[in-house]
Write a protein that binds this ligand. Structure first.
Ligand code: RM4
Ligand code: MN
Ligand code: MN
Length: 430
């Protein structure tokens, strides 16, 4: 029996008030799509099968480098974070997994944590390792790097941490590890660009060799920060070369915030998918850099164009196409539960819009160099309001038609404010 955090009767009564209007909107959109040769139910079924993982570190209130303003009732321990992740999933029904970060989520009993999550209807997604910070009591420092450090002892320590993450991940039921390192240089000449990359490959091959059967190794690139002159895995090229050298289980992970502002991310997605190296995503949005803002809040069109490539890649794939979808956001000024629910909807909404693109017409217009009509094929899908599809999918799966209103009605956060310890105000980018 799954213990849902919110009373199911609350969701039922909130939905009952909204169902007649939703049915009306759904029927009307269904007719409009039918005229365009699309089946609304087919799109809804795909949306119902769509899932994106929630990051444990995105459930607490995030901080910037300057300050963190805690929220009464925010989760502090991983146990409380699982509780809140269950609220997100209960409301939106598309976030059945949680992506943990170690050692931030360290516990003594990972099998027990897996059970605890399962009781709440949740499972664990890719484990994220952390060698971008020094931990209390850690013998050697990562100040000058971790997996690429010049000192073999530091590299060994970083490799050992990743192997421990895999072990914890096995107990949690994960099947992937995501490695993002902060290694790099702040000054020209600080490090050999070539030898640092060689050391990366060397260390990663040790982690790769320890992957259990059925596991994947995701490498996450990022152009800058904390290294401001050169980052070792700065771009998808560095990531792809490494993935190709390491082997089939190694793939690239695209965090949307890890590119320069004008980079064409959908093209990167198309390239990586083409060579079978698109491992997964960290969804978020940004205006300037790795802002970790809510998915689709700044540039929803980019998110749609990315899903347009994903739907194309899925149709092309002969032996399966299953990138791991994860959210990686920092919620500084909103309730993280609300941000995650809205982000999941923005992500699934982009997927739904991409599904209603008339691919036959688009390909024909592309081949005929009919630019205006090819662009219109995409634009028409992008401008379609798919919210009735998302709401109906949620409702049929037991989620909330209006998740934010229902969440506010539940008074979850004010109740937790009475029960939970207050979070610290320590700043730091997470
Ligand atoms: C990094 C990167 C990683 C995340 C950390 C917290 O910028 O996005 O995915 O694990 O932040
Ligand atoms: Mn990330
Ligand atoms: Mn990031």
């Amino acid at each position: 029996m799954i213990r849902t955090p919110l009373p199911p009767e609350l969701i039922e009564s909130e939905n009952a008030q909204r169902l007649p209007a939703l049915e009306d909107d759904y029927a009307s959109l269904g007719r409009a799509l039918e005229r365009r040769g699309r089946s609304i139910d087919a799109v809804k079924d795909k949306v119902k099968a769509f899932a994106v993982a929630v990051p444990t570190w995105g459930l607490g209130v995030g901080g910037t480098r300057f300050a963190k303003f805690p929220m009464p009732g925010e989760p502090v321990s991983v146990h409380e974070k699982i509780e809140d992740a269950a609220v997100v999933h209960q409301l939106c029904r598309m976030t059945p997994t949680v992506s943990p970060h170690l050692p931030w989520d360290k516990v003594d009993d990972y099998a027990g944590l897996r059970e605890e999550a399962a009781e709440r209807g949740l499972a664990f997604d890719a484990v994220n390792s952390n060698t971008f910070q020094d931990q209390p009591g850690q013998p050697l420092s990562y100040k000058f790097g971790s997996l690429t450090h010049t000192d073999a002892g530091v590299r060994e320590q970083a490799i050992a941490h990743n192997l421990a993450c895999i072990e914890a991940g096995e107990a949690l039921g994960s099947t992937a590890i995501t490695v993002w390192i902060g290694d790099g240089a702040n000054f020209p000449g600080q490090q050999s660009l070539t030898r640092a990359y060689d050391r990366y490959l060397d260390s990663m091959s040790r982690i790769y060799a320890a992957l259990p059967d059925g596991w994947r190794l995701f490498m996450e690139h990022k152009l800058y920060e904390p290294a401001f002159y050169a980052t070792v895995i700065s771009d998808w090229g560095s990531s792809l070369i490494a993935a190709q050298e390491l082997g089939d289980k190694a793939q690239c992970l695209v965090d949307l915030g890890h590119h320069a502002p004008s980079v064409n991310i959908e093209q990167i997605v198309a390239r990586l998918a083409r060579v079978g190296k698109l491992g997964g995503f960290h969804f978020n949005d940004s205006k300037y850099g790795d802002d970790d803002l809510d998915s689709g809040s700044i540039n929803p069109h980019q998110l749609f164009l990315i899903f347009n490539e994903l739907v194309e890649a899925e149709a092309r794939a002969r032996d399966g196409f299953s990138p791991a979808y994860m959210i990686d956001q920092s919620h500084n000024v909103t309730d993280p539960i609300e941000s995650l629910v809205l982000s999941a909807a923005a992500i699934a909404g982009s997927y739904a819009r991409a599904l209603i693109v008339d691919r036959g017409a688009l390909a024909a217009h592309q081949d005929a160099n009919d630019v205006a009509l090819a662009f219109t094929d995409l634009r028409r899908a992008y401008e379609t309001d798919v919210s009735p599809i998302l709401a109906m999918a949620r409702c049929e799966l037991g989620g909330a038609i209006d998740p934010i209103e229902t969440y506010r009605q539940s008074r979850w956060r004010p109740r937790k404010a009475q029960e939970r310890a207050r979070a610290s105000t320590a700043a730091g980018i997470v």
